[in-house]
Design a protein around this ligand. Structure first.
Ligand SMILES: Cc1cc2nc3c(=O)[nH]c(=O)nc-3n(C[C@H](O)[C@H](O)[C@H](O)COP(=O)(O)OP(=O)(O)OC[C@H]3O[C@@H](n4cnc5c(N)ncnc54)[C@H](O)[C@@H]3O)c2cc1C
Length: 244
């Protein structure tokens, strides 16, 4: 089946952290953006160095509307992310998608979910989490978000509010790899905390948890290795998406 291409207009933008900009788009033709939480779109970016295509996970949950949001990390000397950080509201852009198989909806029995993301790798996991909440799913969910510094914690207030509203069902843990002395939370790479989070979800006796991992290749490989080789999880319980 051919993946559709459509025009979008940038309706709103805000900085989530000093390096991450959230961009909210609407389809110009007003049609629904039909996608599954966890999927991505490919954007055509007419930059000064030519037309580029870059992929971005959809950060918003599917809601039947013509809107979608992405969150973009500014990469040093990166033409695509620099272009998107400078894009003015009202600008139009062409998108192809949605695409990708990093979704929970294709899994028959998704079980409790451990969402492991670093930086903007958290965005497809945010879509999955908000989608599961909107659908009234009752199984345990745990978010493990890793960034370097406290100021890099994207969607922090939203996550803390969700954890508070949903009690023991939604657990949120954040870890800093370069936290300063004032940080009293978890430290180190996400890998350090994965086993503990997985064991806690498994102890809820709601079925074998599924792990969803997203971010840069080094982290994704390290976490996959831990879950698959050290902890002996089957491939059907470990799902991942890489950005590089
Ligand atoms: C399926 C998929 C989904 C993606 N979703 C997102 C997303 O939601 N948000 C997002 O910011 N990026 C995402 N990316 C990465 C994005 O497509 C671009 O690679 C990124 O914006 C850099 O493009 P650039 O032209 O600015 O830099 P380039 O000159 O193309 O530089 C690429 C380098 O940037 C680094 N890089 C790529 N992505 C990131 C990142 N998120 N954080 C830090 N370093 C990075 C990598 O090391 C890579 O080698 C996704 C990639 C894929 C394949």
């Amino acid at each position: 089946m051919q993946v559709p291409t459509f025009e979008m207009v940038l309706s709103k933008a805000r900085m989530l952290t000093p390096q991450v900009r959230e961009l909210a788009f609407s389809r110009v033709d007003g049609a629904e953006v039909a996608f599954e939480a966890g999927q991505w779109v490919s954007l055509v970016l007419p930059t000064s160095s030519g037309e580029l295509r870059r992929s971005y996970s959809i950060a918003s949950p599917p809601d039947g509307s013509s809107r979608l949001a992405i969150a973009v990390t500014k990469v040093d000397s990166g033409p695509g992310s620099t272009y998107l950080h400078a894009l003015e509201p009202g600008s139009r852009i062409s998108a192809t998608g949605p695409q990708g198989f990093f979704t929970r909806t294709r899994i028959k029995d998704p079980g409790p979910s451990l969402f492991i993301g670093t930086g903007t790798g958290f965005t497809p996991l945010r879509s999955m989490l908000l989608d599961a909440i909107a659908k009234g799913e009752l199984l345990g969910m745990c978010v493990l978000l890793g960034v370097r510094h406290e100021e890099d914690l994207l969607y922090r207030d939203e996550l803390l509010a969700l954890a508070q509203t949903h009690g023991s069902r939604i657990r949120v843990e954040m870890t800093l790899s370069k936290g300063n002395d004032a940080w009293v939370g978890r430290r180190g790479y996400v890998q350090t905390h994965v086993r503990e989070m997985w064991d806690a979800l498994a102890a809820r006796n709601e079925g074998t948890p599924h792990a969803y991992i997203c971010g840069l290749q080094r982290m994704v490989s390290a976490v996959r290795e831990l879950l698959r080789t050290d902890m002996g999880l089957g491939r059907e319980h470990v799902h991942s998406e890489r950005y590089d």
